[in-house]
Design a protein around this ligand. Sequence first.
Ligand code: NAI
Length: 332
Amino acid sequence: MAYNVTLIPGDGIGPEVVAAAVRVLSATGVEFQWQTEVAGAGAIGEHGTALPDRVLESVRKNKVALKGPTETPVGTGHRSVNVELRKRLDLYANLRPVQTLPGVKSRYDGVDLIVVRENTEDLYSGLEHVVVPGVVESLKIITEKASTRIARYAFDYARTHGRKRITAVHKANIMKLSDGLFLDCCRAVAKGYPEVTYDEMIVDNTCMQLVLDPTRFDMLLLENLYGDIVSDLCAGFIGGLGMAPGANIGDEAALFEAVHGSAPDIAGKNLANPMALILSGALMLDHMGEHEAADRVRNAVHAVLREGQKLTRDLGGSAGTTEIAEAIAAKV
Ligand code: NAI
């Protein structure tokens, strides 16, 4: 039986890394029926919107999507496709594993972190208005419902994946009500998982502690904004954005994409590192229960990294996106 998957190539390097991931996933022997949908800056000309309804319908129907990065204009204009997708499909859990990869030069060794980020509210609610000229208010929304379910997702993940410790990251010393509510929910959920150690850390201190020694953490549980910033910071421990996979998971659907953006500076040049999206594809296989195929994809990426012959420029090599995809597919 083939899996129906919505494929969103996206903007910039998106189509290049998505094609690479499709090449590698197809090599696993798992059968896919890809349904390609256009979203992002590239969709605006044809559809008048960066997120046509048919994209949402497709993901709702297939329940799984693989997505390239999409561009969001800064300041004015269209709302972020990512924020809209996550909110409208209620993909409330953003999962970002950060693991040291063999052969990748980094100042850090032995990093094995799981970042769990709340994906639907906080300052990303998009509720901003001009109070009077020169004064803007941006609303940070934190609810008991969303905080409890993201905490439950993180603790369930810890239980099923043998993780030992969850650190909730916050700024409740300043945002006593909003981050205070987030912590109350985390504490309440933690009581149901006595086998998982639970602790809390203020976000600025967390950043410093991470940079000093990321191996002292196991899982981080964060609201949306802190999660966005801290997960990019964590990508720096494992060789940069080209290596960091991600997943957006809800009760009805799941969408897999790399942490990185559309990298307009290298788009269309066959320079993009496709490994982050290929590893996101492995997370997708895990989500489908195809664990053996997922492991083969990860092992193939590790083997190519270990050999060190086929690496993109960001990893100090000179190979192109398509070459890397072929090398990984051959190992799969
Ligand atoms: P970016 O992640 O696109 O690029 C940051 C730096 O990392 C650039 O120097 C880029 O060349 C490099 N880089 C990123 N991915 C790479 C890869 N796979 N291989 C090699 N180098 C890579 O972040 P930036 O410049 O802040 O954002 C560009 C656009 O992407 C913006 O429109 C932003 O809104 C969008 N974006 C989309 C995301 C998504 O769709 N999930 C996530 C983050 C940003």
